[in-house]
Design a protein around this ligand. Structure first.
Ligand SMILES: Nc1ncnc2c1ncn2[C@@H]1O[C@H](COP(=O)(O)OP(=O)(O)OP(=O)(O)O)[C@@H](O)[C@H]1O
Ligand SMILES: [Mg+2]
Length: 270
């Protein structure tokens, strides 16, 4: 479980990227974060692996608060999948997947390519699971297509069987078909391990399809928190363009939209 408690982040230039966000994301949930550019999605995600230090409030994973003392241990339980894949282009696919072990393997060993047979076998299995061929293992990562590179990014993220997966716009540069395939891979790999996923997206249709839950952010605040079914077109407009009712609790707006769409009662049954 990820727990944000009254989390705020103000950058040194005064930008309030996250403003008093409290959320609990249960273990195994696929939670999508939506919102306009600059809403604070990446800042929120990066607070979970310590890349962003909160100005106020806290983040805890399975009850353990992120702190300088706990950060190292927590980092091996939290993996990240990036928008631009963040692979080492001149390194092989196998080397990039094995780099997922860096939180537990000394850097010198990794640089010399000293990995155990078990770790190598696991990397091969993950590469297969994400739909790449064994022949890809020795290919230079930078020579792969974007979709293939993100498959490598997913295999790397799951090397340590993380409890939490942070995916920051993992399909931003991919075509619609590949985007669905990639999200399906992330969802299935997470389900197999009961891992929690916090995934920022800009595609409403994909958010509705893959999210167990959608959190909408605007100006650093959570302005929507509900199921894909509750995330109506009206709410989408409110999230991206603002609306006078955006601060109302989700259930209140749900009640309103429900009332509007309720068919008139049949007079014979009345
Ligand atoms: N390192 C930084 N220093 C100063 N300001 C920052 C920094 N990182 C982010 N910001 C600012 O914080 C706010 C939130 O940024 P963030 O990247 O979290 O938004 P986002 O919702 O991920 O946007 P996008 O959809 O474009 O990725 C923005 O105003 C941004 O300019
Ligand atoms: Mg972002």
């Amino acid at each position: 479980m990820i727990r944000f408690h009254a989390l705020s982040k103000v950058w040194p230039d005064g930008t309030q990227a996250v403003a008093n966000v409290s959320l609990e994301i249960p273990r195994g949930q696929f939670c999508v974060v939506l919102g306009p550019s600059g809403a604070g999605k990446s800042t929120l995600l990066r607070a979970v692996n310590g890349l962003v230090k909160p100005t106020q409030g806290s983040v805890a994973i399975n009850g353990v608060a992120l702190s300088p003392a706990s950060e190292r241990a927590l980092r091996r339980r939290v993996a990240m999948i990036h928008q631009h894949f963040n692979l080492t282009n001149r390194m092989s696919v196998a080397g990039n997947v094995l780099a997922g072990l860096l939180p537990v393997v000394p850097m010198t060993r990794a640089l010399l390519g000293w990995f155990s047979p078990e770790h190598r076998a696991k990397a091969c299995e993950l590469v297969k699971n994400v739909g790449l061929q064994p022949t890809h293992l020795q290919r230079r990562a930078g020579d792969l297509s974007g979709g293939q590179q993100q498959r490598v990014g997913i295999a790397r993220a799951f090397m340590l069987d993380p409890e939490v997966v942070l995916a920051d716009e993992p399909v931003a540069s991919l075509d619609p078909k590949i985007s669905r395939d990639i999200l399906m891979l992330i969802r299935n790999a997470a389900r197999d391990r009961n891992a929690t996923v916090l995934c920022s997206l800009h595609q409403i249709d994909l958010a509705r399809e893959f999210g167990d839950r959608i959190v909408g952010m605007r100006d650093g605040r959570v302005v929507f928190d509900g199921t894909p079914a509750e995330f109506t077109d009206e709410r989408v407009r409110a999230l991206y363009h603002g609306a006078q009712w955006e601060d109302k609790p989700a259930h209140e707006s749900a009640l309103q939209s429900h009332t509007h769409t309720q068919p008139a009662m049949d007079p014979i049954l009345a």
